[in-house]
Design a protein around this ligand. Structure first.
Ligand code: CO
Length: 134
């Protein structure tokens, strides 16, 4: 069902400083920051030849990554994003196998303007999984 690795997301406290590490130290191409109030984060994308890295900084008071950063004050890998062809079909298949979908269960529009869903980390080896319709 899952296809390409779309991105690996890293939660950070300071997206400007984090972008500088990827841009200057690692020599990668880093996008301009984009605020996503519906997701409670500001994001940048780092484009690599075979995938992307997403840096996430908390936005607003109820950011879903605030607690993660309390536990991981230096930042850390937050989720993996896999592509699927049809997100509703993938969701229904996962639900039928007992996996839990976070939130309302309805896809939201993600950072690439495409529908996304998140799956419970307890069902996937302790890793938060994002699905994005390719
Ligand atoms: Co993501």
């Amino acid at each position: 069902m899952i296809g390409r690795l779309n991105h690996v997301a890293i939660a950070v406290r300071d997206i400007e400083a984090a972008s500088g590490i990827y841009r200057s130290t690692l020599g990668a191409q880093v996008s301009a920051p984009e605020a996503l109030p519906e997701h409670g984060v500001t994001v940048v994308f780092i484009t690599l030849p075979n995938t992307k890295i997403e840096l996430l900084e908390p936005l607003g008071v109820d950011s879903p990554i605030a607690k993660f950063l309390e536990k991981n004050p230096d930042g850390g890998i937050h989720h993996l994003c896999y592509e699927v062809d049809d997100i509703e079909q993938a969701r229904d298949q996962l639900l039928s196998k007992g996996a839990r979908v976070l939130g309302s269960g309805e896809p939201k529009i993600g950072a690439h303007g495409k529908p996304v869903l998140f799956l419970h980390p307890k069902d996937f080896l302790g890793s938060l999984v994002e699905l994005e319709q390719a």
